[in-house]
Structure formats: structure tokens, C-alpha cells
Design a protein around this ligand. Structure first.
Ligand code: GLC
Length: 653
């Protein structure tokens, strides 16, 4: 087992050489590099050639980050030495097949940018019952073409409401209702053999109030008293709350909750999720240990939960502070030494200027694309693709070596995270537009096609988000004639803009909202459960039958997936705009080596003609890939309502 920080004391020599409270980092990186290595080797044996090379390559980065984060503290060196100790122990125990994976991925660093990548996400209990039972679905996952499977949080968590598992009581124990750590390892191996990477959450901003660290912190146990952000009275909480946002106002106002003993503890989300104090390097060290443990179980992608919140500073919103990035980069540098094939996926559902800052090869290599997701829904409600089109033009580009994860909806609510500045350029007022979208999607607007639920409506600020399954939000539940097409077009956009599409499993057979959550006490107060139904077995059973609604959705989506896999132009992220003088039409180009795929989507309720003049930059002979038929662009193109076209064109020289 890799060392268990927080439980196992530091190696004796580490303590002897760097007793807490006496040693900071040196400005001489090379000196620290050799000294710390010597120290760890004396405890744990010599580094092998592989580790030595990675240590040489990445220690300076980690040292630099530690200096910036913790340079002022006199326990920084001790913590860094302990982290390197964890790296060495973790590498020594890394199973052979995972080492082989490290090597293979090292030789093919763009593996996740391929047009063959496809993600799926599900809850273990809701989709299958248990980790073992989930293995029976691997055949279906292969049929669908999944290469990435995100299992929603599956760790030990408090009974009852635990925020869908996002309140973790132990990162080393699987929720007993789902199985054991060994089951997880076996599942990871079986998925890997099927070409599917296991993705789990790394919920590192907070733990549950039942985590061992939390209990020790509240009890004031030495070494743990500074693990969380606890204040004796309201002075500091009041000061912080002057500038922080309320994230779960239905649960508690502000950012703090009161402990039984009267003190106040930072709690961004539910009152039982306590934020960790990353200003304390011992917290970084402890979490790095949990991360390395998960890496060695066979997890290939860590979904970095709630990244925006991990660093706090008085007088700021305490979101996306510069140190949040340094921390992520430091975790990343640790992985590059001990488990280099892992990827980080950023979960930053914030302003688009902030989302992009988390994405780089040295930080998070992949990221949710919340702007594209939200604006896809915005376009469907307004029947106007202008905002989405503008976002693709100016906010889609990414640094080399990174990729978007494009989704239609997730297990979370949908928030309208577009930039007000962008909207203003199109004459849209952000505040009233969000109100319109919320009303539209919760079904309050006359003529809406959507059946959604409001999430965390804050009467004080007017802020709200929405919840619902794809089919229910898109109009299927309301019986709208465009419902089925909208489910398809929303997925078609996610599959074709560049990056990895991610399907919420069950949506590919058109699952509807589950209103029974209101009868389940642990879920009743959290409307996100409306879109987290159990695996829709009946819908799956008829998925091959085109006479059923589920069969049609499934047939149309699997056709899109098949075409995507065979379309080299869809690899990578390069996207060029394509303007159609019709607000309802979204257009963009995905250039390949010689040919380009032109994507045209009509989000409106009326047929639109794209004229031959608009298409005159391409040779007239073209091929529509979804329907697999020849087109003559010199005759223009008719786009029926809610239709999608993926057209292989040859740009004129
Ligand atoms: C993330 C999760 C969300 C959870 C929150 C707190 O945003 O996606 O479901 O409530 O973090 O962990």
C-alpha cells in the first residue's frame, strides 16, 4: 500500500531532518532536489532509472510551485519531502499493467484527442446496482463505442443525503453497498481490456464531516487542527461572506455552517461537506496520498471536482484564485512522476474566461465545456444560434495537447455561464436572458417545450439553475413535435465541435425525468435527482425497434456515433466559423487534411434554405455523411427544422 498520510507517521528520518517548524524551501532548487532525493532513498531504497528520470524532469516544477504556495511557511520542506516519499512508494507499487499503460500513453500523447473517443457517465447503483453488476454492461458499452466511463462518486459517504456521493468519508473505501476496492480494481482492469478508461471523481476541495480528518480537526487533534477552515465566532465568516457567492442557498446561507460547539466551519456546498484548508501544506500532502492511491487502482482520468473553490483569500470571491491553479499544477507534477498516464479533467462551471485557465498540459488536460453545453440549450430555446456561434468562434480554441469534453447535460444542474460582455455585443442583457432561460426550461413560459425543474433558486439574488434529462428538457416529455430532433441535434453538436463527447447514459434511449425523487427523503430537497433516474431498462429493451421513441433516438444517435468514429476531420479541436445569414442556423467547419466537414444545424422550427452563394467557397460535389448521400451544393441546401447535416466538402483553392 502506498503510504497513508494523515494516518501513517512520516518516515523517521524525514521527521529527524526536517522537523515541522524549522525549515523552509531553499532558493537553490538543485540543492533541495538532491537533498530530498537522498533523504527519501535512505528511507525507501534507491530510485530506479524510470523514477530517477521523472524526478529529474518534474521535481523542479513541483519545487517551484511549492515555493510559491508555501514558501513562507516553515513546514514547506517537510511536506515536500513527504510528498516525494509518497511518490516513490506509489511508483514502487504501481502494477505492471499500469506501468505498461504509462509507457503506451507516453508514446501516444494525443490519444484522447482522437475522433474515436467517446465518454459515458452513470451512477453505479442506479445503472447497475453494484460494481460487479456493472461488468455485465461492458458489452453494451463496447457496442456504443465508449472509450471512457465516468462512474459517479462511489466512495464511503454518510448515510442519507451525501450529495450523490460528493461528501467523501474515505477515499480508500468503496461504499459497501456498491462493492469493495478490489471490485473497483477488477472493474478497472476489465474496462481497460475493453479499451475503456475508468474515470472517477477526485473530490479534493472538501470531505464529508464524517471523514477521519474532519473528526480529528474538530477534536483539535494536533496535526489536524488546521486541516479545515474553522473560526471561533462570526467575525471572519462575516468578513469572507461579504465577497463570496452562495452556492447551495437552499441548504444554508453564505459559505459557513455552525458546528455543534458553536464554532463556524467553511462549507461551500452542503453543510456536511467541509472545505479543506490548502494553505496548510499537510493538506496537500494528505490529498496527494489519496490521489496516488486511486491512480494505482487503475483509474485513468480524475475528474477534478469543484476546482474553482480550492483556495480562499479574504476580500475576494474565493473562486479561481491564482493559487487554485498552482495547486492543480502541483498535483499534476506529482502524477507525472508516479503515474504519468493519468489525465485531469477540470470541473470548472464558471465564467468562460475562468474555465479556460484551468486547461493546459501541465494542469488539467481535459475539461468540461460548460459554455457550449449551456448555449446549445440557449439556442434551442430562442431558436437563434447567434450566441452559440459566437462562443464557438471566440471561446473554443484550446492550448495544444488538451481537449474539451463536450456534453449535453451532466448529473448537475445547467447554469447559464455565458459572459455578459459577449451577450451584450449581440444586444442581449445577461440578467434578463438568464431569467428567460430559467423560466423557459422549468416550464413557466407560455409555449415552452421543456419540462425541467428549478435548482437552488435564490429569491434574494434572482439566481437559479435548472435540472432535467435531455429528453424532458428538449420537448419529448411535453410531446413537442421537435423533441426527438432536439435530443439528436444537441448530441450532434457535442459530437462534432472538437473534443470528446460525453453521454449521460440512458439519454441515448431518451430517458425522461424521474419525479419520484420527491418521495425519497435523502433526495427530495435536491431537484438534480429529477435527472438521475435508474437505468431505463424498458427503453433499452426496445432500443433496436424504430417504431418506439427510444428506438428512434438510439438509432439516430448510434448512427451519429458511427459516422463520427469514421470521420478523421473530427479529431482534435480545430474549428473554423461558417456564417449562414440565418439566425437559426449554426455553422462551423472541421478541417481535415484535404477535405473539411461542414456542420450545419437548424435550431429553428422552420425550414431554412442555405443558398448556393453561401456555399460557393466549396466545390459543388459534396457528401452528407449522416445520411450517406451525394449533394450538389450549387443548388443550395434545404435544412428542415431541427436538422443536422455533416457535409464533407472540398474547399476551393
Ligand atoms: C461538483 C459536483 C456536484 C457537487 C459539487 C460538490 O460541482 O459535480 O454534483 O454537488 O461538486 O462536490
Amino acid at each position: 500500500m502506498p503510504g497513508a498520510p494523515g494516518r501513517t507517521p512520516l518516515p523517521a528520518r524525514t521527521r529527524a531532518l526536517y522537523p515541522v517548524g524549522v525549515s523552509t524551501l531553499s532558493a537553490d532548487t538543485a540543492a533541495d532536489q538532491s537533498e530530498i532525493r537522498a533523504l527519501v532513498e535512505a528511507e525507501q531504497g534507491p530510485f530506479d532509472a524510470v523514477l530517477a528520470a521523472r524526478y529529474a524532469a518534474h521535481f523542479p516544477t513541483l519545487h517551484g510551485l511549492f515555493s510559491r504556495l508555501y514558501g513562507e511557511r516553515d513546514d514547506a520542506r517537510e511536506a515536500l519531502a513527504a510528498v516525494i516519499g509518497l511518490v516513490a512508494a506509489s511508483w514502487a507499487e504501481r502494477p505492471a499493467e499500469l506501468r505498461a499503460q504509462d509507457e503506451a500513453r507516453g508514446a501516444d500523447p494525443a490519444w484522447f484527442e482522437s475522433e474515436r473517443m467517446l465518454g459515458g457517465v452513470c451512477y453505479v447503483d442506479r445503472y447497475a446496482g453494484s460494481l460487479t453488476a456493472l461488468r455485465e454492461h461492458i458489452g453494451y458499452f463496447r457496442e456504443l463505442g465508449l472509450t471512457y466511463l465516468h462512474l459517479m462518486p462511489l466512495f464511503a459517504a454518510p448515510e442519507g443525503n451525501n450529495d450523490g456521493g460528493y461528501a467523501v468519508s474515505s477515499y480508500r473505501e468503496v461504499d459497501p453497498a456498491l462493492g469493495t476496492m478490489e471490485d473497483l480494481r477488477e472493474l478497472a482492469a476489465e474496462l481497460r481490456a475493453a479499451g475503456i478508461s475508468l474515470v472517477v471523481d477526485f473530490i479534493f476541495n472538501h470531505t464529508s464531516n464524517e471523514h477521519e480528518w474532519a473528526r480529528k480537526a474538530v477534536a483539535g487533534e494536533p496535526g489536524y487542527d488546521d486541516f479545515y477552515l474553522i473560526h471561533e465566532d462570526r467575525t471572519m465568516p462575516d468578513a469572507y461572506e461579504r465577497t463570496t457567492r452562495e452556492i447551495f442557498p437552499d441548504d444554508h446561507p453564505g459559505s459557513f455552517v455552525q458546528l455543534e460547539d458553536g464554532r463556524w466551519i467553511w462549507s461551500t456546498f452542503y453543510h456536511f461537506q467541509w472545505d479543506l484548508n490548502y494553505a496548510n501544506p499537510a493538506v496537500f500532502r494528505a490529498m496527494a496520498g489519496e490521489m496516488l492511491f486511486l491512480a494505482n487502482q487503475g483509474v485513468e482520468v480524475l475528474r477534478m471536482d469543484a476546482v474553482a473553490f480550492i483556495w480562499k483569500r479574504l476580500g475576494t470571491a474565493c473562486e479561481s484564485l491564482p493559487e487554485a491553479h498552482l495547486l492543480l499544477q502541483a498535483f499534476n507534477a506529482v502524477l507525472r512522476m508516479a503515474a504519468p498516464s493519468l489525465l485531469f479533467k477540470s470541473e470548472a462551471i464558471v465564467h468562460p474566461d475562468e474555465v479556460i485557465e484551468y486547461i493546459s498540459p501541465g494542469e488539467c488536460q481535459i475539461s468540461y465545456n460548460p459554455l457550449q453545453m449551456a448555449l446549445t440549450w440557449e439556442a434551442m430555446a430562442t431558436r437563434d444560434a447567434s450566441l452559440l456561434s459566437q462562443a464557438l468562434e471566440r471561446r473554443h480554441e484550446l492550448p495544444a495537447g488538451t481537449a474539451w469534453v463536450n456534453y449535453v447535460r451532466s448529473h448537475d444542474d445547467i447554469g447559464w455561464t455565458f459572459a455578459d460582455e459577449d451577450a451584450a455585443e449581440l444586444g442581449i442583457d445577461g440578467y434578463s436572458h438568464r431569467r428567460f432561460l430559467n423560466d423557459f426550461y422549468v416550464g413557466r413560459t407560455a409555449g415552452t417545450f421543456s419540462r425541467g425543474a428549478a435548482f437552488q433558486e435564490n429569491p434574494r439574488t434572482g439566481d437559479a439553475r435548472i435540472a432535467g434529462t435531455t429528453a424532458s428538457l428538449a420537448g419529448v416529455e411535453a410531446g413537442d413535435a421537435g423533441g426527438e430532433d432536439r435530443v439528436v441535434l444537441a448530441h450532434a453538436i457535442a459530437m462534432s465541435t472538437g473534443g470528446m463527447p460525453l453521454i449521460y447514459l440512458g439519454d441515448e434511449v431518451g430517458q425522461l425525468n424521474d419525479y419520484y425523487f420527491r418521495d425519497r427523503p435523502a433526495e427530495a430537497d435536491d431537484s438534480r435527482w429529477v435527472h438521475r433516474p435508474h437505468r431505463p431498462a424498458e427503453a433499452y429493451a426496445v432500443r433496436e425497434d424504430p417504431r418506439t421513441f427510444s428506438g428512434r433516438i438510439h438509432g439516430r444517435l448510434t448512427r451519429l456515433l458511427e459516422v463520427r468514429r469514421a470521420t478523421a476531420e473530427f479529431a482534435g479541436n480545430t474549428l473554423l466559423p461558417f456564417h449562414v445569414p440565418e439566425p437559426a442556423v449554426l455553422g462551423y467547419q472541421r478541417p481535415g487534411e484535404e477535405t473539411t466537414v461542414l456542420v450545419l444545424v437548424n435550431v429553428g422550427d422552420r425550414e431554412v434554405t442555405v443558398t448556393s452563394t453561401t456555399l460557393s467557397g466549396f466545390a459543388p460535389e459534396a457528401r452528407e455523411l449522416i445520411e450517406d448521400r451525394e449533394l450538389d451544393l450549387s443548388r443550395g441546401l434545404r435544412l428542415p427544422p431541427h436538422s443536422t447535416r455533416w457535409i464533407r466538402v472540398t474547399p476551393k483553392a
